[in-house]
Design a binder for this molecule. Structure first.
Ligand code: CP
Ligand code: NVA
Length: 306
């Protein structure tokens, strides 16, 4: 029996970060820490429960993290790879799988696909990365910040690079927990203005085109690949646009003395980050990757138990 004291109000889906209230977010993060400390306590928590993984793009951390999460809590998962909506409509897949499994996680090209799954599935749907959001990643990011700094208030989190899905979820989630988030992106690659406006309703988000300004005094410097999955044909143009945005030792030296380096991984060493930074004692990328498992366990538990 799961002995956790933590309960959350009903959560239908996590198609985007804001589907969790701040209270639910904090509860999931507390539960993540508890699951990390005492995993055995939850060994049978999801017995008889099944997760369907629908992945249109490759994944290590998210997909394997979800599979392991279900198994570690006594449940199991089934995998369906491939582009959705080609062989049959997304809404048909949603209704069929919804009769078999208790929850779904989908990695999709278009946010509309995960939203459509949620509309028809009848069971909770989790966004495992879309063009707009990566909410599972953001949970592990803020958990890692709390482990390293004890909380989020007063933290300055600098994200240097592409204003993409990872940047969107990070700025929403870290800002609503009390951190100041500064995004430095080249002109034309800034985060989506509507998502910036949404994030600003929850906390402090600054946008600049100057990576050094963002890095100055930061407690964490975060970056992601310059070319996301599905954008491969833009690689050459992006490589040019992002020159000056590489996180290297000089950029880390502008940050606070105790600053950490974060990256969602996989990393392209030599592009958005140097080997020296990602392998340095300041790098927290493997704690961050480990926390993908604990946070995904807590999210599944919360969605299935409430
Ligand atoms: N960071 C992340 O989502 O990794 P995967 O693409 O391996 O799932
Ligand atoms: N921004 C990257 C994140 C991968 C985890 C992508 O979408 O490919």
């Amino acid at each position: 029996m799961a002995a956790t004291q933590i309960t959350a109000p009903p959560v239908a889906h996590v198609c985007q970060d804001l589907d969790l209230s701040v209270e639910q977010l904090r509860q999931v993060l507390e539960l993540s820490a508890e699951m990390k400390r005492t995993p055995k306590q939850f060994a049978k928590a999801l017995e008889g429960k099944y997760l369907a993984l629908l992945f249109e793009k490759p994944s290590l951390r998210t997909a394997v993290g979800f599979e392991l999460a279900m198994k570690q809590m006594g449940g199991d998962s089934v995998m369906a790879n491939g582009t959705m909506g080609q062989r049959e409509p997304v809404k048909d897949m949603a209704r069929i799988l919804g009769r078999w499994v208790h929850i779904m996680a989908a990695r999709v090209f278009a946010q509309a696909t995960v939203d459509e799954l949620a509309q028809y599935s009848g069971v909770p749907v989790v966004n495992a990365l879309s063009d707009l959001y990566h909410p599972c990643q953001a949970l592990a990011d803020v958990m890692t910040l709390k482990e390293r700094f004890g909380g989020w208030d007063g933290l300055r989190v600098a994200y240097v690079g592409d204003g993409n899905n990872v940047a969107h979820s990070l700025m929403i989630t870290a800002a609503r927990l009390g951190a100041q988030v500064v995004i430095a992106a080249p002109k034309g690659y800034e985060p989506n203005p509507e998502i910036v406006a949404m994030a600003r309703r929850g906390g402090e988000v600054l946008i600049t085109n100057d990576p050094r300004e963002a890095a100055a005094g930061a407690h964490a410097i975060y970056t992601d690949v310059w070319t996301s999955m599905g954008q491969e044909e833009e690689t050459a143009v992006r490589m040019k646009a992002f020159q000056g945005y590489r996180v290297d030792d000089a950029m880390m030296s502008l940050a606070s003395k105790d600053a950490i380096f974060l990256h969602c991984l996989p990393a392209h060493r030599g592009d958005e980050v140097t080997d020296s930074v990602i392998e340095s004692p300041q790098s927290a990328v493997f704690d961050q990757a480990e926390n993908r498992l604990h946070t995904q366990k807590a999210l599944l538990y919360t969605l299935l138990k409430n």
